[in-house]
Design a protein around this ligand. Structure first.
Ligand SMILES: Nc1nc2c(ncn2[C@@H]2O[C@H](COP(=O)(O)OP(=O)(O)OP(=O)(O)O)[C@@H](O)[C@H]2O)c(=O)[nH]1
Ligand SMILES: [Mg+2]
Length: 448
């Protein structure tokens, strides 16, 4: 099995449907295809639809697989950068399986997950960040994450990475010239050049990092954890948010013990809400286990909704629940519940009641606390890019520190080379390619 094999897979969702799409890609694609049609493949125009009968065996015309629409792409114009035949067949499982088996019989191999994109990358059709954006696009669940993945796919962010790489290469080259030919009269003041280039690049990289961090929110969902004393109305709020009867609600304090979760899309962003066991001192054995779970889920929270029933002040409530260390540094919204019974609470960010018409005010508050409006739509969507970008920012920060400390150029040169290496890794132009793509492509689905 090699990356040069001709591969075949179904690209559409594998289920009974009106149409299914099957893709055959590789240097032998047209030869293999010739085995199942009567027409001369070399006479079929590229990128035009052809309505053809597909046979299991062209020597036996009783073996029709299907009547299909077929499009041929030459390597230059195909997604993967290699000769490709795309079949649009009737979506019966029998037809799909027969066609794939027949193509395998004539020399194709079943594609692995992400293999078409891997070919596209190897053939220079995509860089790694773009390949990952395809995966993100396929997996996007909300309109904002789809938009973000499309932008990454258009290559805006990777263009910025390429531009930074060029600048760094240029700087390193200048240093080399300076070291090799110190007498060269027109040599520029390298320290000054580094001073001009690196600090603005650091700012740019920080912006990209910020955008990328936010994009992980877009793709993974924002974790919103609802906490408070027993009986304050946590489960009532969760049910209202999800618009379904998900968590049990009773007037008995300590009803919820396990974490109850639900997802909701608000203005194109996915939120994951977690209802928790009410926190109190005098809890029974089962409740105590529930409270431990509350503490655990709090640690991973992106934002906390702290519910208060009576007119207690916020700090008092945090002390009362003994959660100060867990919620420090996390955005938190103080919600006073049961407004119909206790009225507005002047200490809370918002007062709500189960009979409120909608929760728009609360959603606005959540968005404000998370600065959703300031979300940048540049950056990278994958954890791999985010990790490398973090190292890149660290490297540039070190260079900026070296500049301040007045260190010599050769010390800074090694930092510049390391920073460039980060960018190479992002674009996938490094020598350890095998490692990089095995992590990138393993999350792809078969057919892409
Ligand atoms: N009048 C009124 N009652 C409410 C309101 N919200 C919740 N309740 C009632 O308060 C009681 C407790 O509500 P839950 O949602 O179960 O409270 P909880 O915080 O999940 O409680 P635990 O799971 O025990 O921690 C139920 O009887 C609800 O009907 C409200 O806005 N107004
Ligand atoms: Mg509850």
């Amino acid at each position: 099995m090699t990356v040069f094999d001709t591969i075949v897979a179904e690209c559409s969702f594998p289920a009974k449907s009106s149409l299914s799409i099957i893709r055959l890609t590789g240097k032998d694609a047209f030869n293999i295809f010739q085995n199942i049609i009567k027409r001369d493949v070399s006479k079929l125009e590229f990128r035009k639809t052809h309505y053809l009968k597909l046979y299991k065996d062209i020597n036996d015309l009783n073996t029709i697989i299907d009547h299909a629409v077929v499009v041929l792409y030459d390597g230059k114009h195909s997604f993967a950068g290699e000769d490709t035949v795309e079949f649009y067949v009737h979506g019966s499982r029998v037809i799909v399986n027969e066609l794939i088996e027949t193509l395998i019989h004539f020399g194709a191999r079943r594609a692995l997950g992400g293999e078409f994109s891997q070919k596209a990358y190897l053939n220079g059709k995509l860089d790694l960040t773009e390949a990952e954006a395809i995966n993100q696009l396929i997996n996007a669940r909300t309109s904002k994450s789809k938009k973000f993945a499309l932008k990454t796919l258009e290559g805006d962010s990777s263009k910025e990475i390429k531009a930074m790489k060029e600048e760094l290469n240029y700087l390193t080259a200048q240093i080399e010239v300076d070291i090799d030919y110190p007498e060269y009269e027109e040599s520029v003041d390298i320290v000054q050049r580094i001073q001009e280039v690196v600090p603005p690049m650091l700012n740019k990289a920080k912006e990209l990092l910020k955008g990328s961090r936010q994009s992980t929110y877009l793709f993974n969902g924002i974790k919103v954890v609802i906490i408070g004393e027993p009986n304050v109305g946590k489960s009532t709020l969760l049910n209202k948010i999800l618009n379904q009867d998900k968590a049990i609600v009773t007037s008995i304090p300590g009803t919820t013990r396990d974490i109850v979760e639900g997802e909701k899309e608000i203005d194109g962003i996915l939120y994951k809400f977690y209802d928790t066991a009410g926190i109190r001192e005098e809890a029974g054995e089962i409740e105590k286990i529930g409270i431990e779970k509350t503490y655990k889920v709090l640690k991973d929270a992106d934002i906390i909704l702290l519910l208060i029933e009576k007119g207690r002040k916020i700090d008092e409530e945090i002390d009362n629940l003994e959660v100060k260390s867990l919620i420090e540094n996390k955005p938190c919204i103080y919600i006073s519940t049961k407004k119909d019974l206790v009225g507005e609470n002047e200490y809370a960010d918002i007062s709500i009641s189960k009979d409120d018409e909608n929760l728009d005010k609360l959603y606005k508050l959540i968005q404000e606390k998370l600065n959703i409006d300031e979300y940048l739509d540049t950056g990278f969507a994958s954890q791999r890019d985010l990790d490398i970008l973090e190292v890149f920012v660290e490297r540039l920060e070190e260079i900026v520190r070296d500049l301040k400390d007045g260190l010599t150029v050769d010390v800074m040169e090694s930092g510049l080379i390391e920073a460039t290496r980060c960018l190479d890794q992002m674009l996938g132009v490094e020598s350890t390619l095998e490692d990089i793509y095995s992590t990138v492509f393993k999350y792809f689905c078969v057919g892409k």
